[in-house]
Design a protein around this ligand. Sequence first.
Ligand code: SF4
Length: 380
Amino acid sequence: MSQAVYIHIPFCNEICHYCDFAKVYYRNQKRDAYLQALEREIALTLSECPILGEIKTIYFGGGTPTALSIEELKQLFCIVNQYFRPFFAPDIEITVEANPDSLTIEKLTFLYEQGVNRLSIGVQTFSDIHLAKMGRTHTKSQVEYVIEQSKNIGFRNINVDFIYGVPNQTHQEVMDDIEQFLQLDVQHISTYALIIEPHTKFFIQQNKGQLIETADDIEADMYMAINEALLAAGYEQYELSNFAKPGCASKHNLTYWQNLPYYGFGLGAHGYLNNVRYANTKAITNYVKTLSGNERPLVENHKLTREEQIEETIFLGLRTRIGVNKQQFTQRFGVSLLDIYGETIAKHVQKGWIIETDESIVLAKDTLFIANQIMSDYLL
Ligand code: SF4
């Protein structure tokens, strides 16, 4: 039974130089056709996997959902209200991702009136120089303005996405960014080390020798310093890359990390229903065309084996500060965590990588940069 919904809106006004998400330019796209296809996908999926309880979280990601015009946003919420609103939990968390330069007062007000109660704003850095280098189209002053306006309208749960390890970015610049972030006084920050992905402008520049990726040890130092500064300022690290004021962890993202089911709709979206992980096509023409024939636009549809479910529960759970709960694990899989992984856990505890209590196992602090190595020991 899924209680979480992800909806992907792939349109962006400009394409950032590091981005490998499923996205297309806003201009020249048939947004109407996309929204109609989205509605068809929702209807088809719900006919196969109906909603059986309350919907506790909805997350509009992208792309840039707020690149849509106000009329298009109204169309989008018309769909959401038709299919999901009757199932909304009273304390539902509804998040919309946004870029500072696409958030107008009119859009903010509309979203707030629709019940959106969490904004996730792509800030990335406060350096206008690095923003321009990354192909971002906003400025530091736009960030400050938009966050102030969001608070004035009534938003009380705001996340800021933040990138470090931008080529040529210094340690001091990262710390200045964190200092400026703290002045925003928002509830949540997601921090990501910049990765140069294939098929991006940064990748091409790197291959031409025009750009040098930040070294791992420099990024590790940045990560440690960011952690220290955020913890000292009263944020709790509830996942390797995510920090929140007490009580403000993202309920939606915790669905992923607790390995719980969720609906995924839209271009390139992933979902997890009835132990099946699925992914939609990333090609917008195929997406619209397949749905116009009343077929779901799936490019992956994999029923997880029991072993895969166990492995994923460990990998995802270890990313969080609450870790993997022993009792829940036994309830879910009918066998204890220690029966399967007793030796591995003992070895990792001895190395100082894992902290084991009566209730759970948790990754030790400062292990982000060896987390993959640690987790590979839990493959069955
Ligand atoms: S705004 Fe987000 S989705 Fe769009 S190109 Fe930039 S990083 Fe990618």
